[in-house]
Design a binder for this molecule. Structure first.
Ligand code: NAD
Length: 502
């Protein structure tokens, strides 16, 4: 590991010996199938590690194909009854889940911080977002109606019905374990489906706690969790003939794997994959506002964020000024363990493997002559901490500005013309999110419409709401989380035509 001389970041360590969580805080180990926890039958486990020091917290079962099959069988058995509840009944259950999560919000935030290393401000935001997702879906499901009922062929009355898909397989990532779970679970249940969820093997603790908390609210079999590896549990969910859709939030490679697995049974696929969000800054932009916004949007959750503002394209004429403002902002970020206090803004990266990957990008950038104006390397000491980094004078096509680093790293490139800015913003395989910074309304409307991303912010970045859809284009996948678009994705449309001729 190399350390940076240019970094002003220091890791704040927890001054107390208190652990964030105790064994009693955690859900029972094992899988959650048909309303109860059951021990894994393979005997194999994966350690769950504290990223602040690399020490194991606990371990979880490595699920088998047979255990996935048991989870799917439970979900199949439960689907008719769950799917036939009227919207009001399902809505009330989702509200009860939101109430239960609210009652345990502090505990959920502590477990999430202990498992991922997230600062409390991030975990608390995740838990609040999780609760709001259930409340939104509880309301939205009651407001959904079918498109039309009418006569479109002589003497025939058409009804268009919205139905659940059946059983949905869900695979979630490690960066927002509870929140990404909620983004799937809430609309899937709201639309009347049952599900089997596989959390990331690195961060399963809040998902298991969620299962424990809702066990007496949801009927058995409606929600099931099988822990374990993507290559076994995720792959079986993808190719299982009784699973009607597979929904994954994760990397592009995992997206390809589940889509291949789903091909044989022709099940539906819903993919939220990676991103490399361009931030296009025009000369008339409020540069100070942009720098302040990127302080959060580039580094929130240590940059382990698919929509992170990680790739700045700034006009030549204001590049030096903007860089100076951004570096000043970044050097004020407070890095540390979650237990070191509520003011901590940046935690460690979540796993050793991911830490090595991010440090590798920084080392190769330095070898290629790219300068770090802030940070640029790992921070000394135990844990997977990387200094908040700004890489400057990045040439067009550099690896660090094209590939998803998924760490606390912003790259800065410059452009001369608007056409060039748009072309380069679109010249990556991803299309999840982007932002445009200008005071010119005509330009912002036009440029936003020409950027190939599922979300484009104007004079802002990384602001989300449950009412609006989230999802990507191109290599960032397809399907939408949040909003009524997610309810649509987890529903199917049926046309019933009555001959009323007499
Ligand atoms: P990952 O793809 O390594 O893992 C995600 C999940 O997929 C894990 O549960 C993993 O076990 C599983 N998996 C791995 N191989 C699989 C296979 N062959 N079949 C089925 N499942 C498999 O991703 P990650 O490292 O956990 O998460 C980071 C990635 O997720 C980043 O690329 C990030 O951009 C993306 N992400 C996207 C969004 C979004 O909304 N678009 C949100 C969060 C994260």
């Amino acid at each position: 590991m190399s350390t940076s001389v240019s970094s002003s970041a220091q890791i704040r360590r927890s001054r107390t010996l208190d652990k964030l969580i105790t064994a009693e805080d955690l859900a029972p180990g094992g899988h959650f199938i048909d309303g109860a926890f059951r021990a894994g039958n393979s005997g194999a486990v994966t350690d769950v590690v504290d990223p602040c020091n690399g020490e194991p917290i606990t371990s979880v079962a490595d699920g088998t194909v047979e255990e996935v099959d048991a989870g799917v069988a439970a979900a199949v058995a439960a689907k008719r009854q769950w799917g036939s509840l009227v919207p009001k009944e399902r809505s009330e259950i989702l509200h009860r889940i939101a109430d239960r999560l609210s009652e345990h919000s502090e505990l959920l935030a502590r477990i999430e911080s202990a498992n991922t290393g997230k600062p409390f401000m991030v975990s608390e935001d995740d838990v609040a977002g999780t609760i709001d997702t259930f409340r939104f879906m509880a309301g939205a499901l009651r407001a959904t109606t079918s498109l039309a009922a009418g006569t479109y062929a002589a003497e025939h009355l058409s009804l268009i019905l919205r139905e659940p898909l059946g059983v949905v397989g869900v695979v979630t990532p490690w960066n927002y374990p509870l929140l990404m779970g909620a983004w799937k679970i809430a609309p899937i249940l709201a639309a009347g489906n049952t599900l089997v969820l596989k959390p990331s093997e690195q961060t399963p603790l809040t998902t298991l706690k969620f299962a424990e908390l809702v066990a007496d609210i949801l009927p058995p079999g409606v929600f099931n969790v099988v822990t374990g590896r993507g290559s076994i549990v995720g792959a079986r969910l993808s190719d299982h003939p009784d699973v009607d859709m597979i929904a994954l939030t994760g990397s592009v490679n995992s997206g390809r794997a589940v889509a291949r697995g789903a091909a044989e049974s022709l099940k539906r696929v819903h993919l939220e994959l990676g991103g490399k969000a361009p931030v296009v800054i025009f000369p008339d932009a409020d540069l100070a506002a942009a720098a302040k916004s990127l302080r959060a949007a580039g580094y929130w959750n240590s940059g382990q964020e698919c929509g992170a503002a990680c790739r700045v394209l700034v006009h030549n004429s204001v590049a030096d000024r903007f860089t100076e403002l951004l570096v000043r902002e970044v050097n004020t970020l407070k890095v540390g363990e979650p237990g070191a206090g509520p003011e901590i803004e940046i935690g460690p990266l979540t796993s050793k493997g991911h830490f090595d990957r991010v440090v590798g990008y920084l080392e190769r950038a330095r070898r290629d002559g790219i300068r770090a104006a802030a940070g640029g390397a790992a921070l000394e000491g135990p844990g997977y901490f990387v200094a908040p980094t700004v890489l400057v004078s990045v040439p067009d096509g550099a690896e660090c500005s094209r590939e998803e680093i998924f760490g606390p790293v912003i790259t800065i490139e410059t452009f001369e013309t608007e056409e060039e800015a748009i072309a380069r913003a679109n010249d990556v395989p991803f299309g999840l999110a982007a932002s445009v910074w200008t005071e010119d309304a005509r330009r912002s409307h036009d440029v936003a419409s020409r950027i190939d991303a599922g979300t484009v912010w104007v004079n802002s970045h990384l602001v989300l709401a449950n009412e609006v859809p989230w999802g990507g284009f191109k290599g960032s996948g397809y399907g939408r989380d949040l909003s009524i678009y997610a309810l649509d994705d987890y529903s199917r449309t049926k046309h019933v035509m009555h001959n009323r001729g007499r």
